[in-house]
Design a protein around this ligand. Sequence first.
Ligand code: AHM
Ligand code: MG
Length: 381
Amino acid sequence: HAADAHRTDLMTMTRYVLNEQSKHPESRGDFTILLSHIVLGCKFVCSAVNKVLLPNLFLSAFAESCIYNSSSTCTLETCSWPFMNYVIHDSVFRHIAGLANIIGLAGETNVQGEEQKKLDVLSNEVFIKALVSSGRTCILVSEEDEEATFVETSKRGRYCVVFDPLDGSSNIDCGVSIGTIFGIYMVNDSHEPTLDEVLQPGKNMLAAGYCMYGSSCTFVLSTGRGVHGFTLDPSLGEFILTHPDIKIPKKGKIYSVNEGNAKNWDGPTTKYVEKCKFPEDGSSPKSLRYIGSMVADVHRTLLYGGVFLYPGDKKSPNGKLRVLYEVFPMSFLMEQAGGQAFTGKQRALDLVPKKIHERSPIFLGSYDDVEEIKALYAAEE
Ligand code: AHM
Ligand code: MG
């Protein structure tokens, strides 16, 4: 009854990390605690994202009516939502209005842009608070904050976390997958922490991962021993190991790039994409897939193979993606899955960032495909 055993013997993420930890007797469980706080942030964002995606209009209509009427008899009929003509019980109504408050929809007059912004900001706040309260962090770098956060001494630990709390924000309103990306460094204790602790090459990361808020909520993690995928079981509120030891296919059939920028590309990028469409060796052309959410594009690349590229171009020589919390974590995962990540000049994980929000071109994915890109850049020199 292997199937039965499987169903009752769940490998949760905590269990997985504890297993890993038991291989290091010196470990004090700090990483497990840190990760559980990251996971909490992801669950919160997942839930907030779903509330925005599904009943978006519904919530704002209700929230407004509830806030402005603020009476206990506030019902569907007293609000302007036109499509339903029955009354929702007050408690349900208050619940919905409460949710709307949490996710920041309540009271907004300008529905479009502001909501979206709020969800970014909210996600950032959630992660900062979860990370600081873990008592295990020291420096936090978030895409949302200009400056790094230095955790106060009483709450300080040895880990530095770099993260993009909600990446792909242009995709929120149309319900397309978005995600959180993070990387973890450990400080050299003994001295006051400085920014140098995080301005380190990606290969010094201890762990990296992302959480994708898609048709399901998927958490992909590497602690430097392969890449493992977990799926949120909403009924349990637990991430369960569903994709152990992910390996990217050695060669893929997909390329993923914003081709709208082709006009400004450099020679090797142009040549590579041309080769994808018109292969010279008689093989079939590659398919193009581009979501515009790095987490989703990288996730597909990891599972199906192929390449994801955000090259530099004449307008933005360093491309768009940020080294610390976009390029490094994804490159770390790619290498751990048997793929490669290249900047156009070097192995991405060898890059030493000088600023926390620095950008870099990135080409990552299946080993053989990235090898081809490297050859085109080498030929250029
Ligand atoms: P964001 O951090 O503002 O959301 O931007 C990052 C996103 C990535 O998720 C994605 O790979 C890229 O921007 C898409 O950019 P473009 O719209 O230029 O193709
Ligand atoms: Mg981003």
